[in-house]
Design a protein around this ligand. Structure first.
Ligand code: DGY
Length: 313
C-alpha cells in the first residue's frame, strides 16, 4: 500500500499526518512553492485525497488528479466535497460520522451555557480586575428553557438529549418530520424560531440550508432569543446576524463556525453577548484520533478492496 499516493489538502491533525505517512506516499497541498510544478510531477501518482472542513475536493482538484479513486474527509460535514461530481466520476467518498457526535453536542451545550450565563464575559470581568470596582451583570437561566433544534440527525438528537437533562422542552425542524421522535416538529424554521428561546443549528449545509438563518428567522427568534451554531457558518446570513446583535434584536449568539473561516466579522469582537470559537466542536484529543483512524481505515479498506467503513458515495 506504500506506493499508494494520498494528498492531504490542509494541515488538519499531526496524528492523522503521521498515520498517513506510515502507510502511504503522502503529499501535502500546503506551503507548495509552485502548485503547477507539483501537479505536473505528482498528479498521476495520487489515488486518494484526504480533505478537511476548510479544503475538500472541488471539481478543479478532482479534474487535476487523473488517478483519483477516493476522497476520505476528516469531517462529518461534506459541504466542501462535490458529491455529485464524485459520483459522476466514480470516485468513492467517506466521512467521519458518530465518533464526533458527543463532542459536537457537548460544545453546543457549552456555547448555550457560555452565552446565557455570561461565562466568557465574567471571566474577562475578573481577569481585568473589575470585580473590585464594578457590578457584574446578571445572566439568564438555561434550565427549563425552550430549545429549538434545526436538523435532528445524530448531532441534533445528541444535543436534544443533553438539553432534556436541563429540563428544557425540545422542538425541531428538519427536512421532514421524524415520526419516531418524541420532540415537537415545526414545519418551518420560522415557526421553530418563533417558538423557542434558543435556536441551535445542527443540520448539514446544502444549497437549501445556505443562509437559512436570515433576517426573518432572526426576528422570529426575537430580542430574548439566542442563536447557537455548530453546523456551518454559511447557514447564517452573517450580516443580518451582526446587525441584529448590534441593534439588540437578538439577545446573544454562541458560534463555533463562520462563513469565511478563519475570518470572523470584526463587529462581533466588541459584543459581550457573543461567544466565538475557532471551529473546534469536534477537536478533542480523543475524537481527533478516532476521526483520523476512520480516515485511514477507509483508505486501507478501499485499497485492499474491502467494504468501506463509512461510505457516503
Ligand atoms: C465536521 O466534522 O464536519 C464538523 O465541522 C465538526 O465540528
Amino acid at each position: 500500500m506504500e506506493a499508494m499516493g494520498v494528498l492531504m489538502t490542509y494541515p488538519m491533525s499531526s496524528y492523522l499526518e503521521q498515520q498517513l505517512q506510515n502507510r502511504f506516499t503522502l503529499f501535502r497541498l500546503w506551503n507548495l512553492p509552485n502548485k503547477t510544478h507539483f501537479f505536473n510531477h505528482n498528479a498521476h501518482n495520487i489515488q486518494a485525497v484526504v480533505g478537511s472542513t476548510h479544503i475538500g475536493a472541488d471539481p478543479e482538484l478532482i479534474d487535476s488528479l487523473p488517478a483519483l479513486e477516493i476522497v476520505s474527509s476528516f469531517s462529518v460535514g461534506l459541504d466542501k466535497v462535490d458529491l455529485a461530481y464524485c459520483k459522476e466520476k466514480g470516485i468513492r467518498v467517506t466521512n467521519t460520522p458518530d465518533v464526533l457526535t458527543d463532542d459536537v453536542a457537548d460544545t453546543a451545550i457549552g456555547l448555550i451555557l457560555a452565552t446565557l450565563r455570561r461565562i466568557c464575559e465574567d471571566d474577562r470581568f475578573v481577569r481585568s480586575g473589575l470585580w473590585k470596582k464594578d457590578e457584574f451583570k446578571l445572566s439568564v437561566k438555561f434550565s427549563g428553557k425552550k430549545v429549538g433544534i434545526l436538523g435532528l440527525g445524530r448531532i441534533g438528537t445528541a444535543i436534544a438529549k443533553r438539553a432534556e437533562s436541563f429540563n428544557c422542552s425540545i422542538s425541531y425542524h428538519s427536512r421532514s418530520e421524524k415520526p419516531e421522535s418524541k420532540y415537537k416538529y415545526y414545519p418551518s424554521v420560522i415557526k421553530l424560531a418563533s417558538n423557542c428561546d434558543i435556536l441551535v443549528v445542527a443540520c448539514a449545509l446544502t444549497e437549501q440550508t445556505r443562509h437559512i438563518i436570515n433576517r426573518e428567522v432572526i426576528d422570529a427568534l426575537g430580542p430574548k432569543g439566542v442563536l447557537v451554531n455548530i453546523g456551518r457558518g454559511a447557514h447564517v446570513d452573517e450580516r443580518e446576524l451582526v446587525s441584529a446583535l448590534v441593534e439588540g434584536r437578538l439577545a446573544g449568539a454562541g458560534l463555533d463556525v463562520f462563513e469565511h473561516e478563519p475570518q470572523v466579522p470584526e463587529e462581533l469582537f466588541g459584543l459581550d453577548n457573543v461567544v466565538v470559537l475557532p471551529h473546534v466542536a469536534s477537536s478533542t484529543v480523543e475524537t481527533e484520533m478516532a476521526m483520523a483512524d476512520l480516515v485511514v481505515g477507509n483508505l486501507e479498506a478501499h485499497f485492499l478492496k474491502k467494504p468501506l467503513l463509512t461510505p457516503v458515495v
